[in-house]
Design a protein around this ligand. Structure first.
Ligand code: CA
Length: 231
């Protein structure tokens, strides 16, 4: 397991490196956001510990750029202040977890373990909605036990939506996730891909799984899920 630490305060980065090495992780350090970004894009680290306040490029910007470049390495962000605003900014930029400075080393290690464990599960657990199944390990998709062939964009779109069952995926979310930088919100490319997916996944089935949320986006949902009615 190799971890990239991006932290300009030498005392802190050395402290983290030393501690993690004692836990048998391999650690590399970057001292600014630009170096950190290049290292993270070039190498496949198992995890990144990312400070927010960094020279050349902030941790928020670095994380956002990485996600746009399709680097999905889990990120733990280090924030100096424990404000909701900072946390939201970090999570919006694509961070998976955050830790407020100063932190206890034991807590950092616990977060790392939890994240690596989750990552392993997320990457291998089969997703299922009604009789639609997607296997992230083999990239196979089945509906009613019949295999469905998807293009790589269709697959990524379905994978993205199936990880958020019942939640609206806005056009911006979908666009940035699948098309990244070049995505233009006014194009109808998302609708086109949704219609491809519908043809392959919903056509011929009574229970339609892909739902349109007018003017907002789409969601994937099993209609047969019972709603809890409040009295
Ligand atoms: Ca810093």
């Amino acid at each position: 397991m190799t971890i990239l630490v991006v932290e300009d305060e030498i005392k802190i980065s050395r402290f983290i490196k030393k501690g993690l090495e004692m836990e048998h992780y391999t650690v590399e350090i970057a001292y600014d956001g630009q170096d950190g970004y290049e290292m993270a894009e070039l190498n496949s680290y198992d995890l990144i510990i990312l400070d927010i306040m960094l020279p050349k490029m902030s941790g928020i910007e670095m994380c956002r750029k990485l996600r746009l470049a399709k680097v999905d390495t889990p990120v733990i962000m280090l924030t100096a202040r424990d404000t909701i605003e900072d946390r939201v900014k970090g999570l919006d930029a694509g961070a998976d977890d955050y830790l407020t400075k100063p932190f206890a080393f034991g807590e950092l290690v616990a977060r790392i373990r939890a994240l690596l464990r989750r990552e392993k599960t997320v990457k291998t657990t089969e997703l299922q909605i009604d009789d639609l199944k997607l296997n992230p390990a083999t990239h196979e998709v089945y509906r009613n036990n019949k295999e469905i062939q998807l293009s790589s964009k269709e697959y990524r779109l379905l994978d993205y939506m199936m990880r958020r069952p019942g939640y609206v995926c806005t056009r911006t979310m979908i666009g940035e996730h699948i098309w990244g930088y070049n995505f233009k919100d006014d194009s109808n490319v998302i609708d086109v891909y949704i219609s491809y997916l519908r043809k392959k996944i919903d056509q011929g089935f009574r229970n339609k799984l892909i739902h349109t949320i007018r003017d907002v986006g789409y969601k994937i949902k099993d209609k047969t899920v019972k709603k809890v009615v409040k009295k």
